[in-house]
Ligand binder design. Structure first.
Ligand code: GYE
Length: 326
């Protein structure tokens, strides 16, 4: 009897040691990598929702991460405070999708002093490169050039091209880059005219409100709407259609959009959006790879851009849309 008890005890002890020493699936040495994620505003746009989801899925506990999401509600000052909060919590890494390009030096110096690597995702910032480990995202100015190249083709030979510009949240690098591409193209084309420009804050409702006032002011003088994301393009289209104006297609008011979320590629196929420039939000897996590279002693490239394309109303197909990942 005693012998059986002894054997049972040894087996129980052995199992106990295995259980304590076992590590959760996907994590190294049992410790989860704690990552503070300073997001602009998690549900601000279709793009942003897809981006947030991509990071949450890639930096899951199963993959070895403990992700702490801070939503700044697009308040730049709050986002800086969110990052300081991560430093105070002594996280292992910080990811930032910056609301505004400016205002980062102090808090990033604090992160540097604390030895916490900072990864910029999506948005760029105006700060010394030694204050962050790397940046990964889309080329906003290059996206704008894809759009203005299309405008140049569409309106080749036109006496005048009157453009209204619905900007993203002012100071966001996506807004800065896309707006600059438009302004540079207008400067190069003497027959192009910037009729009106205002921030729609990435929002459908705000863009609809602004577009309605521009319709009252300029009516059929408007030839082209340059909306810096899908949600604002949708708002502009709603206002134009409610005013009985022809939108998109071969001879309607030309609509430019950015992000190429699937729902708006459907509108591109319907001809409502003429040119939709891709900006891929699915950056989570790349960020997870960067962190794992650093964990393994590697050094990521300072800048990692992602390949981006553009879609057009007269060439896009349902098959293309059905294959799109977001
Ligand atoms: O275009 C917009 C989002 O930074 C690329 O931010 C992103 C932009 C995107 O609000 O929809």
């Amino acid at each position: 009897m005693k012998k059986c008890l002894a054997i049972l005890l040894i087996v129980a002890l052995a199992l106990g040691i295995v259980a304590c020493g076992s590590t959760p699936a996907g994590s190294n040495k049992g410790k989860l990598i704690t990552v503070g994620f300073a997001q602009c505003k998690a549900d601000e746009s279709d793009w942003r929702k897809a981006n947030t989801k991509s990071v949450q899925e890639a930096l899951s506990e199963a993959n070895g991460f403990k992700l702490i999401l801070a939503d700044s509600n697009n308040d730049a000052a709050k986002q800086v405070a969110d990052v300081q909060g991560f430093i105070d919590q002594e996280v292992d890494y910080i990811i930032i999708a910056a609301v505004n390009e400016d205002g980062w030096d102090t808090v990033l110096n604090n992160a540097k002093k604390a030895g916490i690597p900072v990864i910029l995702m999506d948005r760029t910032i105006n700060a010394s490169e030694d204050l962050y480990t790397c940046w990964i995202g889309g080329g906003f100015y290059e996206e704008g050039v894809k759009a203005t190249d299309w405008i140049a083709k569409r309106f080749a030979g036109a006496d005048k091209v009157n453009i209204v510009n619905l900007q993203g949240q002012l100071g966001a690098s996506a807004q800065v880059g896309r707006t600059k591409a438009l302004e540079d193209a207008i400067a190069k084309n003497s027959n192009w005219n910037l009729l009106a420009q205002q921030t729609g804050e990435w929002s459908t409702d705000k863009a609809k409100e602004i577009m309605a006032s521009w319709i009252k002011q300029y009516g059929d003088q408007i030839h082209c709407v340059y909306a810096e994301n899908d949600n604002m393009a949708d708002g502009a289209i709603q206002a134009l259609e409610e005013a009985g104006m022809k939108v998109g297609g071969d001879d309607g008011i030309a609509i430019i959009s950015f992000d190429a979320n699937r729902a708006y590629l459907q509108m591109t196929l319907e001809g409502k959006i003429n040119c939709n420039v891709e900006c891929n939000p699915l950056l989570g897996p790349a960020v997870a790879d960067i962190i794992k590279k650093i964990e393994g002693g590697g050094t990521p490239n300072k800048k990692e851009t992602i390949d981006e394309t553009a879609f057009f109303y007269d060439t896009i197909t349902q098959e293309i849309i059905d294959k799109r990942p977001y």
